[in-house]
Ligand binder design. Structure first.
Ligand code: C2E
Ligand code: MG
Ligand code: MG
Length: 595
């Protein structure tokens, strides 16, 4: 892949940057003029604009010494671009930081002795980089006028950067060229006679996960995170390759078409880099990146949508161990189907006629009574038939439809519970909620819907998975505590499938614990699984949870579970999930088995 891994992208061309096939497209508007003015008024032969993302733009007053974009930015530039203040180094030779690494020889110029930089801001005050001036000779300092001139030039450079995004080529947050630029540059290759191109795309996290970051940590955090991701990718990029921002959290590049374009070790290295935690604004975060690759025929650019295709490889990569994958038509087909299903699900949620809830009884072992029912969503698609919840819940999650779905379930199920209560059936209700549902909105909705149907909140239990309950953020803890304070129960669903240890179990603010059916179903075949279920039930009981055993399918398992420290059972042996209308009849038959 990269011919020289670990070297940053060379600077997309400034006015006098090294010859580069796509250089003029990347110019920061006005940079040439700003650099010329700064060079003149500060008597500085070399001027550069270095961005926090690692991109840099170069100008030399001396035509004979045209600067090449550096392969690796000297740490001084990186520091200048990231530090919010003026920096002046009067003589780099007298400064021990540069003893090992003379400034700028890698830019194709004689070593620089004097260096000064001024931070560059966008109009909204965002710090995006630094304007640097350099000289071959050391200096005594900058005069007050020179300081003013440098500040003015930095301000003008900031205006140019903003203008660049207005002109539709760069992203205002990362300052990377964006989607339009990506296609314009591919077209330029096409006009230049190129046939093949390798596209690389990166998605930092699945949409639902990224949206959850933004919700929890805010837009400023997301912006900073994207800049950090871009900087990390730039450090990996092959030389003469540009990184584009093609979506809110997606990047792309056109790789050099060499025989080694797909080098597994290099791609592994990129994924490894992106999987390392980011320490952004002091908050550590781990992404779930996917890297996709696609070889395309540039001559067919106009008929197709290569970005969509490479993105389907990227999405497949997010869910594979390796973290990168090469485009397969099957990925695209799956992607298309998922897209189709998502639009159908959104429509079904709007109309509400294809969706329904089934209810599965939960029976208390001590009394033999059905004390609660669990609401389970069902989707009957007019042409595709029944779509299992395992499939559409995951889609709703990815497409950001989960809250709408949960609200629909909540309204439907609580109205049904109220109807059962009116019929004199003393039932409780348990509802499945996903982690993306957890928030103030869910609590408000739950309270409002229960009040409108005059249902007591302690008749309701919310089932969360272990991982949601283990999220260590303060907001998660506060929301769970608020739910408990209302009297609403909290169950740990599918217990045993996550990674919780015994200590974390003690900290979970739950009232009941549902042992996952995979352990229970295996009990018929193996004595060990029986021992595991028994141990889990005892421990959970000791810790004060009400223990529910799910997936009780046979009379043998039912008998075995009866002898354990468990409070309730649920499973096909008792009853399958059924439409609401069948519950009353089922309860009646159970109360008088001979009837
Ligand atoms: P879950 O919450 O663990 O629900 C229990 C699942 O096990 C249900 O599958 C139920 O039909 C099935 N089941 C119950 N007893 C037995 C048994 O004895 N043997 C076997 N083999 N299976 C049994 P279902 O309805 O397909 O739902 C699958 C999952 O989808 C649920 O697992 C839950 O995580 C999710 N889900 C369903 N409805 C909703 C919903 O409204 N919202 C959310 N967020 N998730 C839902
Ligand atoms: Mg459940
Ligand atoms: Mg479960």
């Amino acid at each position: 892949m990269a011919s020289e891994p670990g070297t940053p992208a060379d600077a997309p061309g400034g006015a006098v940057t090294a010859a580069d096939d796509t250089a003029e497209g990347f110019a920061v508007p006005g940079f040439d003029a700003v650099a010329r003015l700064a060079a003149h008024s500060l008597r500085a032969p070399v001027v550069s604009l270095v961005l926090a993302t690692g991109s840099s733009y170069w100008f030399s007053a001396d035509d004979a010494q045209r600067p090449h974009s550096p392969h690796a930015l000297h740490p001084l530039y990186v520091e200048a671009a990231r530090r919010d203040g003026t920096q002046v180094v009067l003589d780099t030779q007298a400064d021990q930081r540069f003893g090992q690494a003379p400034l700028l020889t890698d830019v194709g110029l004689a070593a620089m002795r004097f260096f000064a930089s001024e931070p560059v801001y966008t109009l909204s005050g965002q710090h995006v980089g630094a304007l640097c001036v350099m000289d071959y000779a050391p200096r005594d300092g900058l005069t007050p006028k020179e300081r003013d001139d440098l500040r003015d030039a930095a301000e003008l450079a900031g205006t140019g950067l903003v203008l660049g995004s207005y002109l539709g080529r760069t992203d205002p947050v990362t300052q990377l060229p964006h989607r339009n630029a990506f296609f314009e540059d591919l077209r330029a290759r096409q006009r230049g006679g190129a046939h093949r191109a390798w596209l690389l795309a990166i998605d930092v996290a699945p949409v639902s996960r990224f949206n959850a970051f933004v919700r929890a940590l805010g837009h400023a955090y997301a912006d900073e995170l994207l800049r950090d991701v871009a900087a990390r990718v730039q450090l990996w990029m092959p030389r003469h390759t540009h990184l584009y921002q093609v979506g809110s959290h997606r990047f792309a590049a056109v790789l050099p078409d060499t025989p080694h374009t797909v080098d597994a070790a290099q791609l592994d290295a990129l994924v490894h880099r992106l999987r390392q935690p980011f320490d952004c604004l002091g908050i550590p975060l781990t992404l779930q990146p996917g890297v996709g690759l696609l070889q395309m025929d540039v001559r067919e650019l106009d008929g197709g949508d290569p970005l969509r295709l490479v993105m389907s490889a990227t999405h497949a990569a997010q869910h594979c161990v390796r973290g990168w994958s090469i485009y397969e038509p099957a990925d695209d087909e799956q992607h298309r189907q998922e897209f189709f299903l998502v639009t159908e699900l959104a429509a079904a949620l709007g109309e509400g006629t294809e969706l329904d809830l089934h209810y599965q009884p939960r029976v208390e072992l001590a009394s033999g009574r059905c004390v609660a029912v669990e609401a389970l969503a069902r989707w009957q698609h007019p042409t595709l038939g029944a779509i299992p919840p395992g499939r559409f819940i995951a889609l709703a999650e990815q497409a950001g439809l989960m809250r709408t779905l949960t609200l629909w379930v909540l309204r439907q199920a609580i109205a049904q519970l109220a109807a059962w209560h009116r019929q004199g059936l003393e039932l409780k209700l348990s509802l499945n909620v996903s982690s993306s549902d957890l928030g103030a909105e869910l609590i408000d909705q739950l309270t409002a819907v229960a009040a409108s149907h005059q249902v007591a909140l302690d008749a309701i239990e919310l089932e969360f998975t272990e991982s949601t309950l283990l999220e260590h953020s303060d907001t998660t803890r506060e929301h769970l505590a608020a739910i408990r304070a209302l009297g609403v129960g909290i169950a740990i669903d599918d217990f045993g499938t996550g990674y919780s240890n015994l200590t974390s179990l003690r900290q979970m603010p739950a009232t009941s614990l549902k042992i996952d059916q995979s352990f229970v179903r295996a009990m018929g075949a193996s004595r060990h699984d029986g021992a595991i279920v028994r141990a889990m039930a005892e421990l959970a009981h000791e810790l004060g949870f009400r223990v529910v055993v799910e997936g009780v399918e046979t009379p043998q398992i039912f008998e075995a579970v009866r002898r354990m420290a468990c409070d309730e059972v649920q499973g096909f042996h008792i009853a399958r999930p059924m439409p609401a209308a069948e519950i009353a009849g089922w309860l009646a038959r159970r109360a008088s088995p001979t009837a």
